[in-house]
Design a protein around this ligand. Sequence first.
Ligand SMILES: Cc1cc2nc3c(=O)[nH]c(=O)nc-3n(C[C@H](O)[C@H](O)[C@H](O)COP(=O)(O)OP(=O)(O)OC[C@H]3O[C@@H](n4cnc5c(N)ncnc54)[C@H](O)[C@@H]3O)c2cc1C
Length: 337
Amino acid sequence: MSNVSGIDKVSGQSFDYIIAGGGGCGLTLAARLSEDPSTAVLVLESGGANLNDPELLHAALFGSHFGKPQYDWAHNSVKQKHLNNRSVYFSRGKGLGGSTAINFLGYCKPPARHIDDWETLGNPGWNWEAHQEMLERIERFQPPPEDIQIRSKTDPSAWKFGRNGQLLVGIPSIQDGELKLTEAMENAGLRPAPQPYNGDPNGWFWCASTCDTETYTRSYSTTAFYLPNKDRPNLSVLTDAHVRRVLTQPGAAGNLTATGVEFGYGGDIHSVRATREVILSAGALKSPQILELSGIGRNDVLSKIGVPVKLDLPGVGENMQEHMALAMSWELKNEFP
Ligand SMILES: Cc1cc2nc3c(=O)[nH]c(=O)nc-3n(C[C@H](O)[C@H](O)[C@H](O)COP(=O)(O)OP(=O)(O)OC[C@H]3O[C@@H](n4cnc5c(N)ncnc54)[C@H](O)[C@@H]3O)c2cc1C
């Protein structure tokens, strides 16, 4: 199945909210907004639905999606000055679930003080306590089996996780080799994190996975937020629908009001109206791209590529940062299973 809703129910229609991008944030917001049955929500996703796809569901296949156009936008960065002018492969998920469909399932929580900094910087209510409360709402933690807890000297009862949400989070297994690794870290004087999931993750700890620990399958925004709500009559999801630009009207004081979006589908161009909001959740790379194609961005950049400037917003499309990942692997002796 590729299209969850039909084009005829979307093209030329109007919705309260239009969400561009059905990935991690898009499907989460869609689930939350459509809780109110009087609110009509539309999600437009560029890629396919990829429902019940074993390549996505089998947790152990993480990393195998790189470069596959069905799942991955497969970007390459421009040459990076600080990496000896190398270009870097930059994977981003495509299709329902977005990057949560192909990510490495790691579920960690940041230090409390990092989140509290958001509030300090002038965002009232954006603090650790509220952050924990929101996460607990979506989490369904599956504690490791008792034998694993004993062998790994782990006491998950001290970890703060929600138990009744839709996103499955757990520690599926801990192998003998991993126990040896923790011994080695202890011998090297590295301390275990005092509260890995309660606001102090500094040190080593067992990283939870967004995974059903009974079936070893991926839990992601499609399984957690779309599938349980797919039959809501006020929730529409159209896949293979690529948002080209936000439609706007000039408002007061030089502002713009978003009135809908234009999108490509099946080789044609369609539009759809929003009566309340257009939400861009096409990811950190593609949300700014949609803004720029809509004439919202840096004047000099847009003029150079022939996009009429509607709002000169110099921060759009700038300062992209991404963390590097470093993995080390060793071959184990045969005595380790
Ligand atoms: C390979 C990989 C491994 C990762 N590993 C981890 C991990 O272990 N732990 C962790 O916490 N995080 C991990 N992440 C990051 C995490 O998955 C992302 O931070 C998260 O999914 C971002 O959510 P998002 O909604 O902003 O974007 P995404 O989930 O990427 O969703 C964006 C969606 O928008 C769609 N889209 C783009 N352009 C358009 C358009 N013009 N019109 C319509 N739709 C569009 C895309 O196809 C996509 O479905 C990983 C990411 C990748 C790529």
